[in-house]
Ligand binder design. Structure first.
Ligand code: SF4
Length: 480
């Protein structure tokens, strides 16, 4: 019988999962569920146009539908070297435009990627990569987040010698320290990052460029450099009363918890901000033992970052199930301390003013002061890139947008010759799959810059850019 309804993902009970970093909120599909869900796909590949990394979604869903998850993994690897990670945490805008959205629900694209990837402990056996000949070229990568690791994989399987410099003690960047373990288990990170590094990548962890090794030295000894440094510098609000203990920025808070620290958040936690990081900070606080967690956001729920999208709805649904409270349209204006430790947040309610066609503007109504007692405040209010590691000479040559993003050409090269850049420091999307796309672009740009296209191991192993240009609009068949 034809099944038109999406096979629902099963969830761990909220009252259990909220006690542990080890329990994933969403459980993986069984074989029966995976094949049944994949079989709904009509292979039109409209969704590929919403995928920044241009994955052949119709192709890999079809492989899952015919009981060939290895085929799914192979197709994903054409553009993306970590299907199990992205299969858990992708923003999956592809599902928002799936043609079946109103016909039983969009195909569970993200979840099917996870389903296939989780079946294999060793991708080497699935991919059977040809033996490579190292070519006499060396690329350095600064930052081992999703973008740096993607570049490392596609360059090294072509025989380019790759060295990664990472300031943290472990690899993964934002995937390691920005996404909590209950959403992205350590063993999943280890499996996929381990496979990338096993391609012959040289790794220097605990190495701060600009301190442990000069940026200029890396530039001098490399044929090209890929800079994927992310945005790890907190942007604090500077709210009066900030000079106190018990106040964290989400970037620091999530990093410390991800690296194993058990922060005592007390019973009551206030999170300032309305995006995905605010949700992650809230749910992390619950798992650290908080009883009451409040998210304070100055705009309406429909104005929150990432909305409207399935991803934003799913994240908020899961947070609500776990007991997070949302206070919309409020402005925190003072942190109150007792004995040098934060003890309350004062806030005003906002009136939202809509002028012209623009975004509604929050105007604090200062006639009434509200106060919320708390033991910890976490500001999830954005972060930026610190480029000071480059040194003044290089920094003067680096062109940035007014928002502080690195400007690159269509090959991913910056205003400094042989320096390429990608990921959160460079694109404004600031999601994992866009960071992967930046790396795919830069890999092609670097190989062309190195003038080694005639020496590469196998051009079928090059990332595919703008795949949608190769598709017939109606058939969804894989072409040329
Ligand atoms: S849009 Fe994508 S997932 Fe949806 S039916 Fe078409 S190919 Fe399948």
């Amino acid at each position: 019988m034809l099944n038109f309804e999406r096979v629902k993902e099963r969830h761990a009970p909220p009252e259990e999962r909220v006690k542990s970093f080890e329990i994933e909120p969403v459980l993986g599909y069984t074989d029966e569920e995976g094949v049944s869900e994949a079989s709904r796909c009509i292979g039109c590949n409209i969704c590929t146009q919403a995928c920044p990394a241009s994955l052949d979604i119709g192709g890999y869903i079809r492989s899952a539908a015919v009981g060939d998850p290895a085929g799914t993994v192979k197709i994903v690897f054409e553009n993306l070297p970590f299907p199990a990670i992205i299969g858990r945490v992708c923003t999956h805008f592809c599902e928002d435009i799936c043609v079946l959205y109103d016909t039983g629900g969009p195909i569970a694209i993200r979840h099917l990627k996870r389903y296939a990837a989780d079946k294999f402990a060793d991708y080497g056996k699935v991919l059977n990569l040809p033996k490579k000949n190292f070519i006499d070229k060396h690329v350095s990568i600064i930052g081992a987040g999703p973008s740096g690791l993607t570049a490392a994989y596609y360059l090294s399987i072509q025989g380019v010698r790759v060295t990664i410099y990472e300031s943290l003690p472990e690899l993964g960047g934002f995937m390691l320290v920005g996404i909590p373990r209950y959403r992205l288990p350590k063993e999943v990170l280890d499996k996929e990052i381990g496979f990338i590094i096993s391609q012959g990548v040289e790794v220097h962890t605990n190495t701060v460029v600009g301190k442990d090794i000069p940026f200029a030295e890396i530039m001098d000894k490399s044929d090209a450099v890929y800079m994927s440094v992310g945005t790890h510098k907190p942007r604090m609000t500077g709210t009066p009363g900030s000079n106190t203990s018990g106040l964290y920025h989400a970037t620091e808070f999530l990093r410390r918890v991800s690296l194993g620290e058990k922060i005592d958040v007390g019973e009551n936690v206030v999170v300032v901000g309305g995006g995905f990081t605010a949700n992650d900070s809230s749910r992390t606080s619950l798992r650290l033992g908080a009883k009451n967690v409040y998210i304070l956001y100055r705009r309406r729920d429909i104005d929150r970052p990432g909305y409207p999208s399935m991803n934003a709805e799913e994240e908020m649904d899961e947070s609500l199930e776990e007991g997070v409270h949302y206070l919309w349209e409020v402005t925190p204006f003072e942190y109150v301390s007792t004995d040098g430790k934060i003890s309350a947040v004062k806030y005003w309610h906002n009136q939202m003013i809509i002028e012209g066609g623009g975004r509604a503007k929050p105007i604090p109504q200062k006639d009434k002061v509200e106060i919320i007692p708390c033991d910890t405040v976490i500001e999830a209010t954005g972060q930026e890139t610190d480029y000071s590691f480059m040194g003044d000479d290089y920094l003067r040559q680096l062109r940035l947008t007014p928002q502080g993003h690195v400007i690159v050409d269509r090959n991913g090269m910056t205003s400094i010759p042989k320096l390429f850049s990608g990921g959160d420091s460079t694109n404004s999307s600031k999601d994992l799959i866009s960071a992967v796309r930046d790396a795919d672009t830069a890999v092609m740009g670097i190989l062309e810059h190195l003038n080694v296209m005639d020496q590469i191991t196998d051009d079928k192993l090059l990332p595919v850019l703008d795949r949608w240009k190769k598709y017939s609009p109606s058939a969804g068949k894989r072409m040329g």
